[in-house]
Design a protein around this ligand. Structure first.
Ligand code: AQP
Length: 332
């Protein structure tokens, strides 16, 4: 079976709808057809300062949400990035194959460092795409299910895989992004031309999956649409309405043309009221399941330990191959 690898940050509190529709939903589907490795990227989280107790809580929270969303330890390897030291061990080799200029062109780094300023920006934030490349390459993954915002980092990973293969002989598959056209970018409800984002969206622009459905309903009802009243999927002309249709369609499995027909002549109010219900129906069992995992940290930790053990056996093999190819003598 082809391999997939992906990760998600243990950000404070809840995943948002963009994380779920853009990435985690695909993880759940791909575990049926692929040899799947999914992780909470706690190492990536500390590229910005994190309180240790909060990081621990957020990491468990993220793992619980993955399981609640349908990531199944019987069907995939689910683990924490910090439990597999081979990621950072391979990362050094990746860093030494990455150009300074190449890394400097990463738009996410440019955006985030511009906001933080030079003195607050860490070297870790700069080298984070190299660690991400190592995350993928250490499993020799074929595909990487992520949102559109990760495409450039994936491209870097592909370049590094090719560079390594060219220099040291065929070692890595060149990984393909697995980004769905429909849901690769879910937009901010208040600013429907920019992505829904933990760090950039205002509270009204983002649907947190663990929020009370009433709060989410309010946000959906005040989502920015346009002065027109026609419900039509047209991302360029009608980004707000199109975003709502995408969310509705993906959560219910209803085609967009069918939704356009259903709401023909009905106005935005009806669409928003129904979408709020659709979201509530999805998040209600999700919230319960997340809480169940959080209430049983022993089970959660056991699942993560088992996942890490399986992941390590694959990662260790790749690392040994790479270290040998690079020319490091084996440790006796
Ligand atoms: N709006 C989005 N639409 C589609 N996919 C998205 N992803 C994130 N936002 C959207 C995808 O979710 C996965 C996990 O992302 P992450 O680990 O970067 O999580 P995060 O930091 O909580 O998400 P944000 O909101 O993307 O963070 P910032 O604030 O850094 O911008 C990834 O596959 C990502 O593509």
């Amino acid at each position: 079976r082809p391999r997939v690898l992906s990760g998600i940050q243990p950000t404070a509190g809840s995943f948002h709808l963009g994380n779920y529709l853009g990435a985690v939903r695909q993880w759940v589907a791909l575990q049926e057809t692929h040899d799947a490795f999914y992780m909470v990227v706690d190492l990536h989280a500390i590229t910005v300062p994190k309180d240790p107790a909060e990081l621990r809580a957020n990491t468990r929270m993220a793992a619980a949400q993955l399981l609640a969303a349908g990531v199944d330890p019987e069907r995939c390897k689910v683990f924490l990035q910090s439990h597999v030291p081979e990621h950072t061990q391979l990362s050094w080799v990746v860093e030494c194959l990455t150009g300074f200029g190449e890394a400097s062109r990463m738009t996410q780094f440019k955006d985030k460092s511009a906001k933080q300023g030079n003195d607050s920006t860490t070297v870790g934030l700069f080298t984070y795409p190299a660690l991400m490349a190592a995350d993928i390459l250490v499993y020799r993954a074929h595909e990487v299910p992520v949102g559109e915002d990760q495409r450039q980092h994936l491209e870097l990973t592909r370049n590094i895989a090719e560079r390594f293969n060219g220099r040291y002989g065929a070692t890595f598959p060149v990984p393909e992004p697995y980004i769905l056209k429909e849901t690769g970018k879910i937009y901010d409800l208040q600013e429907p031309t920019v992505k829904m984002s933990k760090s950039a969206s205002t509270p009204k622009g983002i649907i947190d999956l663990l929020d009370d459905p009433k709060t989410s309903a309010k946000k959906i009802k005040s989502a920015v649409t346009d002065t027109d009243t026609v419900i039509r999927y047209a991302p360029e002309e009608k980004p707000g309405v199109s975003n709502l249709l995408t969310i509705y369609s993906t959560l219910t499995g209803t085609g967009i043309p069918e939704l356009e027909e259903k709401y023909d002549g009905k106005g935005y109010g009806a669409l928003k009221t129904d979408l709020a219900e659709v979201v509530a129906e999805w998040v209600t069992p999700f919230r319960t399941r997340t809480q169940e995992y959080l209430d049983d940290p022993e089970t959660l930790d056991r699942i993560l330990a088992e996942g890490a053990e399986k992941a390590r056996s694959v990662a260790a093999e790749t690392l040994a191959t790479v270290y040998d190819k690079v020319g490091f003598l084996p440790a006796k």
